[in-house]
Design a binder for this molecule. Structure first.
Ligand SMILES: [Zn+2]
Length: 68
């Protein structure tokens, strides 16, 4: 059985974390990967259809960003 309430809570939390992460990156602040402690860098999409990605060097943090 999937606990829907718990699932939604986790989703909301990760969404908020992503937003907080983005906010820091867009201000030029350094954000560290919670898994490996490496610096997370923001790669802006260069081609149409590509997504901007925030990731650490090892790839344990890899967040695709839905930017309009
Ligand atoms: Zn990492």
């Amino acid at each position: 059985m999937i606990d829907i309430a718990q699932f939604n809570k986790l989703r909301a939390r990760s969404f908020n974390e992503q937003r907080a992460l983005l906010k820091k990156l867009s201000k030029g602040q350094t954000v560290l990967c919670q898994t490996c402690g490496d610096t997370i860098s923001l790669n802006i999409a260069v081609k149409e259809g590509e997504k901007a990605v925030a990731q650490c060097a090892k790839g344990c943090t890899h967040i695709e960003l839905d930017v309009a």
